[in-house]
Design a protein around this ligand. Structure first.
Ligand SMILES: CC(C)=CCC/C(C)=C/COP(=O)(O)OP(=O)(O)O
Ligand SMILES: C=C(C)CCOP(=O)(O)OP(=O)(O)O
Length: 305
């Protein structure tokens, strides 16, 4: 029996459903107040809120909160960081959809930001979300200066050139060219994995997790980051447009290198199961109550949106 089968199920527990709904609402409630706290042109504000409030699973904030839950630390301490990481993710989606990148029309079930506000405003809304995210962490009154510096250093590395930005460029440059699995993993580990992994790292810093456990959570994050992208590739061929909020088959029309293209759907599923099992193995090194993190791991590999 494959090791993943013990947690493979379609019905998430009441505990996970409650956790997801409570913390999704919690982070979403912060968006308008954070955006409204800064002086800015009305159109920019509308455009930022348009993409933030378009929906989204909020997986990255949920991961931050899940680490605090693991160590029994009050969620308040994670609010600014969770919100900041979702700002960075939302900026990345706005820019990813631009004509210079994927040139997509639909995101999160709505017309993409540039289709509504124009390209210039969409670029600037992304820029503003990215910069405001660091302002948000820097201004967090609940965290020590040392913790804030550690979080800012990790988040900027993960979202910048060595992480998401570099991964995105490599992904685009590889379009139309055959890559091998090793190169694909290197691209996705940075393009998608780095931000998911840093959500866990940031949670570990806020919770004051022991050094060894911080490393385990980071390694856990790298595996679920890859699982997340593999599942995204699978949903692009097997998902429902009404659920995934973007057209099915867009990877193929954008000539993207995906796990499905390289390994077929079954091969991609095998890889997904491998990374899921490896992620769960890393959690064994974490001392707190990892129940929610385990359930989120299963959710990431089984999600339908
Ligand atoms: C610096 C930038 C712009 C980073 C974008 C990062 C990213 C994960 C984009 C979405 O990937 P995708 O194209 O595989 O997913 P989707 O199908 O949702 O567009
Ligand atoms: C990183 C990838 C694969 C792009 C989509 O991310 P999500 O699937 O987290 O998108 P939302 O739920 O936030 O819309």
């Amino acid at each position: 029996m494959a090791p993943y089968q013990s947690f493979r199920r379609r019905n998430y527990s009441v505990q996970l459903k409650t956790f997801m709904s409570v913390y999704k609402d919690r982070v979403e409630e912060l968006f308008p107040s954070v955006i409204n706290s800064s002086e800015m042109p009305r159109k920019l504000k509308e455009s930022m809120l348009y993409s933030l409030e378009a929906g989204g699973k909020r997986v990255r904030p949920l991961l931050v909160y899940a680490v605090l839950d693991t160590y029994g630390i009050s969620a308040e301490k994670a609010d600014k960081t969770a919100c900041a990481i979702e700002f960075i993710h939302t900026y990345s989606l706005i820019h990813d959809d631009l004509p210079a990148m994927d040139d997509d029309d639909i995101r999160r079930g709505r017309p993409t930001n540039h289709r509504v506000y124009g390209e210039a405003c969409a670029v600037l809304a992304g820029d503003a979300l990215l910069t405001q995210s660091f302002q948000l962490i820097a201004g967090d009154k609940l965290l020590s200066a040392d913790k804030k510096v550690d979080i800012i250093a990790a988040v900027s590395e993960a979202s910048g050139a060595p992480g998401m930005v570099g991964g995105q460029l490599d992904d685009m440059e590889a379009e139309g060219r055959e890559v091998d699995v090793e190169e694909l993993e290197y691209i996705h580990a940075r393009k998608t994995g780095a931000l998911l992994s840093v959500a866990l790292q940031a949670g570990a810093v806020i919770a004051g997790a022991p050094e060894e456990e911080q490393r385990a959570l980071e390694a856990f994050g790298k595996h679920i980051g890859l699982s997340f992208q593999i599942k995204d590739d699978l949903l692009d061929v097997e998902g429902e447009e009404s659920e995934i909020g973007k057209p099915v088959g867009s990877d193929e029309s954008n000539d993207k290198n995906t796990y499905v293209r390289l390994l077929g759907a079954d091969g991609a599923r095998e890889k997904l199961d491998y990374h899921t099992s490896m992620a769960l193995a890393e959690l064994e090194r974490v001392s707190g109550n990892t129940e929610v993190l385990k359930e989120l791991t299963a959710y990431i590999s089984e999600r339908t949106k």
